[in-house]
Design a protein around this ligand. Structure first.
Ligand code: PXG
Length: 300
């Protein structure tokens, strides 16, 4: 639940929820022109803060957007927003919009990008889904091609993901699988996807149209620490239907098992041993690592 007196950071100032406003001439609103991050903090530490900020700067660079602050300053804005709200566990939505401009697409008539930090909570799926697994369905809305907007850019334009989510919900599923234009699996609407087959873990390559997910990267590290093989490959729907295990990863979703996909039961319909192990390892890691929020001498 969002507390009513939440303090939101906009361009160096804190505002109450009711007063936290962005101009209707901001190109973030007019054109979805901007980038964002979703970051979690656990137990007074921000998980993989620097990686999120690096990805934010990479997304901004890709869309030719100058963030009006350094990486260190953006980290500090994030930490300060959590401190102002006295939070210990939660979720950060960090946005950089193109800023206020004229009507018309040109971003060069926007004087200065705006930085917004919201500290709140997020819960994508009910807790029992982490025990029982999600139901997935394939969406007809494809991930953008590399010759359109790069699927690696975490931009403010999420309409194709929103449409895919609408399709998944209409099909009675909880999450939607998005394919690329060649028909290979890219990812879900807000999560990366992994499968396990005969003890080997597979995930689509980033070139397949998935985001460089921070959680994806963390889970790849955990897979290697567990002594398991990980292969980044092109995956088809067939590979998912016939997998022993399927699970999703994302900042909001964390690591969540899949029980059913396009009406096919995955494995025996219960979260498998690799998924269970990775859920446990991930929880241990997030509780014990990250950038301290309230300590002044920081050990990342
Ligand atoms: N793919 C897409 C398209 C995403 O948007 C991920 C994968 C997972 O990436 P990370 O870096 O989070 O492991 C995302 C991230 C939300 C929400 O509000 C969505 C995401 C992250 C946080 C919140 O639904 N998506």
């Amino acid at each position: 639940m969002i507390s009513p007196d939440i303090q939101i950071f906009i361009d160096g100032q804190f505002h109450s929820k009711a007063d936290a406003k962005i101009s209707v001439f901001d190109h973030g609103l007019l054109y979805g022109d901007g980038v964002f991050e979703g970051i979690r903090f656990y137990n007074d530490r921000v998980f993989r803060l620097e990686q999120h900020i690096d990805r934010l700067f990479d997304s901004a660079k890709a869309i030719h957007l100058q963030i009006p602050a350094t990486r260190e300053e953006v980290c500090e804005m994030t930490l300060e927003t959590i401190r102002r709200n006295g939070l210990h566990d939660g979720y950060i939505r960090l946005l950089v919009t193109r800023g206020v401009g004229e009507l018309g697409l040109s971003p060069y008539r926007c004087e200065r990008a705006s930085i917004v930090v919201i500290a709140s909570t997020i819960s994508l799926y009910p807790p029992e889904k982490y025990e029982k697994g999600l139901v997935l369905a394939t969406c007809s809305t494809r991930r953008p091609n590399h010759d359109a907007l790069s699927p690696a850019v975490k931009s403010l334009n999420y309409l194709s993901n929103v449409m895919a989510k609408v399709e998944a919900l209409a099909a009675g599923a909880e999450e939607g699988v998005m394919l690329n234009s060649a028909g290979y699996v890219a990812e879900c609407t807000g999560d990366n996807i992994f499968i396990v087959k005969n003890g080997v873990v597979y995930t689509p390559t980033v070139a397949s149209g998935s985001l460089y997910g921070i959680t994806r990267g963390v889970v790849i590290e955990l897979i290697s620490e567990a002594g398991l093989d990980l292969r980044e490959v092109e995956l088809s729907r067939y590979d998912l239907y016939t997998a022993d295990e399927v699970f999703l990863t994302g900042t909001a979703a964390e690591v969540v098992p899949v029980a059913e996909y396009d009406k096919r039961v995955i494995g025996n319909g219960e979260p498998g041993p690799v998924t269970r192990r990775l859920i446990g390892d991930f929880r241990k890691l997030v509780e014990s690592s990250g950038t301290p929020i309230y300590e002044t001498t920081s050990v990342a």
